[in-house]
Design a protein around this ligand. Structure first.
Ligand SMILES: Cc1ncc(COP(=O)(O)O)c(C=O)c1O
Length: 352
């Protein structure tokens, strides 16, 4: 605390990201990274950027990247907004679209950055409790609001709403923005991007950190009608004209274009997730049905905090949230088959 801090800074509670250990040799299943690494075509595209061209600023419009994202989704580049990770895209969406007179609606259990942005941008939020089985309770969102925001699949539960459910939510909510954070949609869910043609109040946010294995590059994007994107651009251009560097623009565009690599790796992750869920079930875990690259599971005989610490002593990191309703769950990212085998082996030693 410093007497020079503004009143705003004094009252913030910053987000605490999952641990990124400095030590080598850990099995890192705590931050939902992709174990297969980025597309070789993305790496090649980035290598080409390392040269004298770096003395010039990047394209502030990031057109090459917007076109690649638009091409993937059959949408014009004018409907695409890009940012330095989807965290930044979400932050701009809070300022551009969610700072309204009425409170926004969010699930009580969801991505823990949302309440942080609420405080930063003075956005009131009504937190709608998940169902007992930790599904999003959609009918509870049929009330006046300044906007609706949720992750689909939700984090950290992994549960996913289908397109029909999102469509009916939108039908009943025509006067405020609905933001669907699809950070994990490529692991089995159905993206709601196609609904953008029908709803001018829908904004989809996605990231290249998970299914495209580029968490270290920091690329996120939003897709929505031009007027929503223009709102985001106005905030971005009042904050930082060049949030994406030349590596991010070229690497991100090449990753979006490499559909074959994307398909192969995401399918491997989904197959491993199913095997991991079954094996955890055999070891006394209750595993929520997940359409993400992680599973959310609790063991009825062992405390989650103790399990997480015991795994850590065996050099395996998983994520545990000290939060009401979910404190007995562990969120375990889906690693390679080998990493998951070592996790199960460690669990056998701990709980067996
Ligand atoms: C639901 C959700 N949204 C957004 C993000 C942010 O992703 P990034 O900033 O890496 O694009 C994450 C990161 O884990 C997440 O879980």
């Amino acid at each position: 605390m410093s007497r020079y801090w503004s009143a705003k800074v004094r009252e913030l509670t910053p987000y605490i990201p999952g641990e990124q250990p400095k030590r080598e040799g850990l099995i890192k299943l705590n931050t939902n990274e992709n174990p297969y690494g980025p597309s070789p075509r993305a790496l090649e595209a980035m290598e080409k950027q390392a040269g004298a061209g770096l003395s010039l600023y990047p394209d502030s419009e990031c057109l090459e990247l917007k076109e690649a994202i638009g091409a993937y989704y059959g949408q014009p580049a004018s409907r695409v907004f890009v940012g330095n990770g989807s965290d930044e895209v979400l932050a701009h969406a809070f300022q551009a679209l969610l700072q309204q007179v009425r409170p926004i609606l969010c699930p009580d259990i969801s991505y823990s950055f949302y309440p942080v942005y609420c405080r930063l941008y003075d956005v009131d939020c009504i937190r709608i409790p998940l169902e007992d089985n930790l599904e999003i309770r959609l009918q509870a969102y049929a009330r006046e609001n300044g906007g609706i925001l949720f992750a689909n699949p939700n984090a950290p539960t992994g549960r996913c709403l289908d397109l029909h459910q999102i469509d009916s939510l939108l039908q009943g909510n025509r006067d405020s923005v609905v933001i669907v954070d699809e950070a994990y949609i490529d692991f089995g869910g159905e993206s709601a991007v196609e609904l953008i043609d029908r709803y001018d109040n829908l904004l989809i946010v996605q990231t290249l950190s998970k299914s495209r294995a580029l968490a270290g590059l920091r690329v996120g994007f939003a897709i929505g009608r031009e007027e929503l994107v223009e709102g985001l651009e106005r905030v971005k251009n009042s904050f930082n004209s060049y949030p994406l560097d030349k590596f991010a623009i070229a690497g991100g565009a090449a990753a979006m274009a490499d559909r074959q690599y994307f398909e192969t790796t995401r399918r491997k992750i989904m197959a491993t997730r199913e095997r991991l869920s079954t094996e955890l079930g055999l070891r006394g875990f209750e595993v929520l049905p997940s359409l993400a690259n992680f599973v959310f599971a609790r063991n009825t005989h062992h405390e989650a905090a103790a399990l997480s610490q015991a795994l850590r002593r065996k050099n395996i990191l998983v994520r545990h949230f000290r939060q009401p309703r979910i404190e007995q769950y562990l969120r375990i990212s889906v690693g390679t088959d080998d990493q998951c085998r070592l996790l199960l082996q460690a669990l056998d030693e701990i709980v067996g």
